[in-house]
Design a protein around this ligand. Structure first.
Ligand SMILES: NC(=O)c1ccc[n+]([C@@H]2O[C@H](COP(=O)([O-])OP(=O)(O)OC[C@H]3O[C@@H](n4cnc5c(N)ncnc54)[C@H](OP(=O)(O)O)[C@@H]3O)[C@@H](O)[C@H]2O)c1
Length: 283
């Protein structure tokens, strides 16, 4: 038998197994009647934004609060910055709490969701944003840098999405941060890009697993956004990017928060199982 025949048989076996996998997970029994359930402003529960002490996460936390969601701000090391985000939200009339928690630790992720549920009565939005970027050519990437990035970006995202899948209310929205880098493949970014490609795969599969409950699950792929994640690598990391971008500038965290806001709004309902590239046109 040829390799092609083998691949086709494997695919068909997997496809026919999908309904029983869903039934085993209990997802089918949770399906709603199919009416459009969209969280209404008066009924909004918590939005958890992992890694929201700064950068894209902080802008997203502020924006979702402005959209009417009570927000759980999460951080790993920068408590002062996270508290400043909460103060901004409260000063603008919103509600927010702050919780430290390493997404790489499943118990910490569970505690983060517990804190959100206790404060806000449930979760309607999860923005799986926390991430780190270690770069270097294959020949120079250390085991430690590789393992830390896998623990945060791949295992951490899995921990967050697993908890989200267990708790999010019908009509909820789940968004994970991938990256345009998965299309561009610049030298030195293989390991980081691999962790970001995982976000697209996670979202595609989870959108199907949560089918029937009006929950959308998407990835968003920013281009270069002016945050500490890039700036930590020096000016060199940013050189040439505005010129190579049709809109002729770097992205700002608010550019991404705006798209996340759209995905969480009633107007974003029909976008599901997608990787939304938000990058000013660079590719
Ligand atoms: N900036 C870009 O150009 C760009 C482009 C495409 C995709 N992305 C993705 O967008 C996301 C946010 O990036 P950013 O540029 O905003 O990064 P950033 O400015 O470096 O902020 C990262 C955030 O993640 C938190 N964090 C890091 N490790 C964590 C952990 N183990 N547990 C919990 N929180 C953790 C940090 O908390 P502390 O401050 O407390 O350490 C911080 O709040 C990342 O997933 C990144 O891969 C960024």
């Amino acid at each position: 038998m040829s390799n092609t025949d083998n691949s086709r048989r494997t695919f068909l076996a997997l496809a026919s197994a999908v309904p029983s996998v869903i039934a085993m997970s209990g997802v089918a029994s949770a399906q709603s009647s199919g009416t459009c359930v969209v969280a209404q402003p008066s009924d909004k529960r918590g939005a958890i934004v992992t890694g929201s002490s700064r950068g894209i996460g902080a802008a997203t936390a502020r924006r979702l609060a402005r959209d009417g969601f009570p927000v759980t701000v999460n951080y790993l090391t920068n408590r002062a910055l996270a508290e400043a985000v909460v103060r901004d939200i409260e000063a603008a009339g919103g509600r927010a709490i702050v919780r430290r928690g390493d997404v790489a630790d499943p118990a910490a992720v569970k505690a983060l969701f517990d804190a959100n549920d206790e404060a806000f009565g449930g979760v309607d939005v999860v923005v799986n944003n926390a991430g780190i970027m270690n770069v270097g050519p294959f020949a120079q990437m250390t085991d430690e840098a590789f393992d830390r990035m896998m623990a945060t970006n791949v295992k951490g995202s899995f921990n967050v999405l697993r908890e989200a899948s267990r708790r999010i209310r019908d009509g909820g929205r789940i968004i994970s941060l991938s990256s345009t880098i998965i299309k561009m493949s610049p030298p030195g970014t293989a390991a980081y890009a691999a962790t970001k490609a995982a976000q697209e795969v996670y979202s595609n599969v989870l959108a199907k697993e949560l089918g029937g409950r009006n929950i959308s699950v998407n990835a968003i792929s920013p281009g270069a956004v002016d945050t500490q994640l890039l700036r930590q690598h020096g000016e060199e990391a940013l050189r040439g990017i505005p010129e190579a971008t049709p809109l002729r500038r770097l992205g700002e965290p608010e550019d991404i928060a705006n798209v996340i806001s759209l995905l969480c709004s009633p107007d974003g309902t029909w976008i599901n199982g997608q990787n939304v590239f938000a990058n000013g046109g660079i590719a």
